[in-house]
Structures are given as structure tokens and as C-alpha cells.
Write a protein that binds this ligand. Structure first.
Ligand code: C5P
Length: 229
């Protein structure tokens, strides 16, 4: 089954209630191929929003970053699959059996493995016993995820090139931490422009605040998508 990346843009619906999410999604229309529902919105609204959006043919990335024993992740993944989310995130560091369990449980949903959180620096990695630096750890976890049957990874645009070089084409690379030139970086420390992410090998990019907080979110999304084309 081939995967259509559309205009390569995933707009994060980082809002705290259903009405705001629906308003933002309606404003965006088809300016972004996917919407991302993250923990905040999912906890605020429950799973119905995923079912409703999928029923309305809106493509959903459900960013739950699951990390538990294989049985539990498999059962949660089956529920997400039934809701109709097209993409679901799990943590690659949950290990091979967990990743395989998620991939097996997902019939239509594709599993994206989160490699190393971009909020973790070298000192944080040391503290959790990871001796490699982020770049090496990201490639290790991406390889594990590919071998376990995941469709792709979530990683920093700075690591996209190394992943693509190691794993080749056909494995999805989804990158947050993207800012149009001149936009406020917010708390994202190492940002790239949409074009830089694309050139580094990203298939899809996640953008939140620069769209959500724009005077005209649809125009902001279209401008980013045109950089990704
Ligand atoms: O507002 P901004 O564009 O920074 O939003 C990025 C989105 O991507 C947020 O929903 C954030 O949770 C998510 N994300 C991230 N960095 C990661 C993984 C996910 O910024 N490593």
C-alpha cells in the first residue's frame, strides 16, 4: 500500500478544547494534508475527535507517543486503528518487541517511532544511561524501528539526512522543529526552515504555533506547503 504524503504539511492542533480544534481545522481546510492531535487535545476531548475527523476524510496523525509493554501497546494501537488515525506515534526506545507489536496491531494505521526527543541534550542522555550522542542514537533507533516493521520515524530535521543515508528511500521521516524563515522559534532550540527539512530528506513536517498563532492560519500553512513542494 503506497502512502501519499500530499502537500507534506502536518498542522499540529495544539489547542485545549474541541471547539478550538474544529475551528482551526475548518479554517485550514486542505491547506495542510494532515492534522496532528497530540496529548493535550486528546486528553481534553477523548478519542471521538479522531473518529469524527477520520470520518470526515481528514487525515489524522495521533501523537500519543506510546511506551509500554508490547501487549498494552498492541491493544491501544488496535483501538487507534479502529478510530481511523492514519499515523500513530510510539517511542522507539520501547524496544523491538513493543514496536513489532504495534506494527502488527495496526491494520490501516501506520506506526511512526519517536527516536530521541528534541528536548534531550547530551547531559540528559548521559543521565538516562545513553552513551552515544543524539545523532548516533537516532540512527540506531530508526534502524530498529524499520526492522520492527514501523512505517517511519519522528526525528529532528538535523538528523533526517543521516537517517535517509542509513535507511534509504521508502521509510517515512517526519520532522517537527520547523519554522518559516523569520518566524519566532518559541521553545524549539534547533530549528530549520521547511525547505531545509525537505532537502535533508523529510517526507512530512509538523508545524504548530506558526500556523495556529498566525493572523491567517490557512495562508501561513499554504506558504509553508509551497516551501515544501
Ligand atoms: O509549535 P511547534 O511548531 O513547535 O509544534 C511542534 C509540534 O510537534 C508540537 O505538537 C510538539 O509536541 C511536537 N513535537 C516536537 N518535537 C518533537 C516531537 C513532537 O516539537 N521531538
Amino acid at each position: 500500500m503506497t502512502f501519499e504524503v500530499g502537500n507534506r504539511l502536518i498542522a499540529a492542533l495544539d489547542v485545549d478544547d474541541r471547539a478550538k480544534a474544529d475551528a482551526l481545522a475548518a479554517t485550514l481546510g486542505d491547506a495542510a494534508s494532515f492534522v496532528k492531535i497530540g496529548l493535550e487535545l486528546f486528553c481534553a476531548t477523548g478519542p471521538a475527535i479522531v473518529r469524527d475527523y477520520a470520518s470526515a476524510r481528514r487525515r489524522v496523525m495521533l501523537d500519543l507517543k506510546l511506551h509500554d509493554i508490547p501487549e498494552t501497546v498492541a491493544r491501544a494501537t488496535a483501538q487507534v486503528d479502529a478510530l481511523g488515525a492514519e499515523l500513530l506515534t510510539v517511542h522507539a526506545s520501547g524496544g523491538r518487541a513493543m514496536l513489532e507489536a504495534a506494527a502488527r496491531a495496526a491494520k490501516r494505521t501506520r506506526i511512526l517511532a519517536v527516536t530521541v526527543l528534541t528536548s534531550l541534550g547530551d547531559a540528559d542522555l548521559d543521565a538516562i544511561g545513553v552513551r552515544d550522542r543524539a545523532a548516533a542514537q537516532v540512527v540506531r533507533l530508526a534502524t530498529l524501528a524499520r526492522d520492527a516493521g514501523c512505517a517511519g520515524v519522528v526525528a529532528s530535521p538535523h538528523e533526517a539526512r543521516a537517517i535517509r543515508d542509513a535507511l534509504g528511500a521508502g521509510f517515512l521521516i517526519v520532522t517537527p522543529g520547523v519554522r518559516p524563515a523569520g518566524a519566532d522559534a518559541g521553545d524549539q532550540k534547533r530549528v530549520t526552515t521547511p525547505k531545509m527539512a525537505r532537502d535533508a530528506g523529510a517526507d512530512l513536517v509538523v508545524v504548530g504555533r506558526p500556523i495556529r498563532d498566525a493572523h491567517d492560519p490557512a495562508a501561513a500553512a499554504r506558504a509553508i506547503a509551497s516551501e515544501l513542494a
